[in-house]
Write a protein that binds this ligand. Sequence first.
Ligand SMILES: [Zn+2]
Length: 480
Amino acid sequence: MRYETVIGLEVHCELATDSKIFCSCSAHSYGAEPNTHVCPACCGMPGMLPIVNKRVVDYGMKAGLMLNCHINRVTTFDKKSYYYPDLPSAYQTTQWFAPVAVNGLVEIETSEGKKGIRIKQIHMEEDAGKLVHDIREDTTHVDFNRTSVPLIEIVSQPDLSSAEEVEAYLERLKALLRYARVAECEMAHGTMRCDVNLSVRPEGSDKLGVRTEMKNMNSIEAIKRAIEYETARHIDAIENGTEVLVQETRRWDDIKGKSYAMRSKETAGDYRYFPDPNVMPVVIDDEWFDSIQASLPEFPEVKREKYTTELGLSDYDAEQIAKSIALCECFEDAYSVCGNAKDAANWMISEVMSNLNARQMTYDMLTLDGKALGELISLVSGNKVGRANAKKILNAMFDDAAVVPSKYAEENGFIISNDTGLMDKVIKTMVEADPKAVADYKGGKEKAIMAIYGKCMKELRGNCDPQMLRTKLIEYINSL
Ligand SMILES: [Zn+2]
């Protein structure tokens, strides 16, 4: 018999807000001393009242709209009760009855073609703290820096049927949420985590099999391996009766390549969800909703299409720039000033990206002023600044956002003077200093001239029109 795997995902993404979801503590505590980003509210002290961070709701809505969801105009928070030492109030404030976004659709593309994955809901919630086990002292410490850091949980319908589809879906979520700048979605940084719900049924059947859940998966490779392992385990149990499948939560051990039973799966009733009386319902009026909708970016594929058809970029160039919304915005601003899309794309792909790499920054971290980049590109194409000096100016712009290219060029003597008298003098000196290269050139080795050209350019500190220098140099050698 042939079987199909049925997979639904619950994806947690940390929202990129500055502060936590219900208090003003900083949400960024990576590398900080334990319990230094905390206050009575996020430590669950009695009597403290949470206040909803508006930015969290903004981002929740943005995520919902990017994933084609319906936004609940009245969205409420609920208590999910469970006890664990990293949860100081013994309940998590989350959304159950009226999550911010419901009924979405995400389109993915795999080797099998396009497929729509339905989104059941997106809810906003607080993260828990972190337990740190110390084996030497045989103690466990708790760090509350992460409690109340805002998360969204994106719950899909069980529409996925292979590891390849899961990978495409996670990549798509990451691309869309990064484009909207609501979340980093980097599994390696812990800003995206995934619970995998999986069951197996005979192909063509519309009845779901016994479902198991693997929690807190944090790498796509591990998820793929876990899906393959679980699918094989389920089929083996069904066909050979090797074990009785039960609904449960399982732990994936990536080193052993196996999953282990952890606990029987809780049902919603176990959590005793009830409306949190301390948090007022959030009412999203038309003005708020419209402002969020207006702030949404175009989708990556729309950008790519526009860049190739309207601006004439190659597929490769368009693909490279469309990788990040920050690159797109910088490119579009640069193009609006310099008027040459191909030039702007070349600068983005060669110089801007290599500057980011050298600084170990991701594309999304780019804050370069695109309009200033456009000005710099115009200085080069207008033969006002040489390319080598332009690179130095770009470097300065990365170091200091206040650098104005034309001003910086003037202050540092980077403006091409086209002082033909000086150029002639330098050419004469360099030609006389290298009779061998001159003889080689005259003997038919055209490339021999490049060494002299390079020395002239260096002597002129790059401040000359390269084409003019080349022409004058050839003219001079030919006149000898
Ligand atoms: Zn706090």
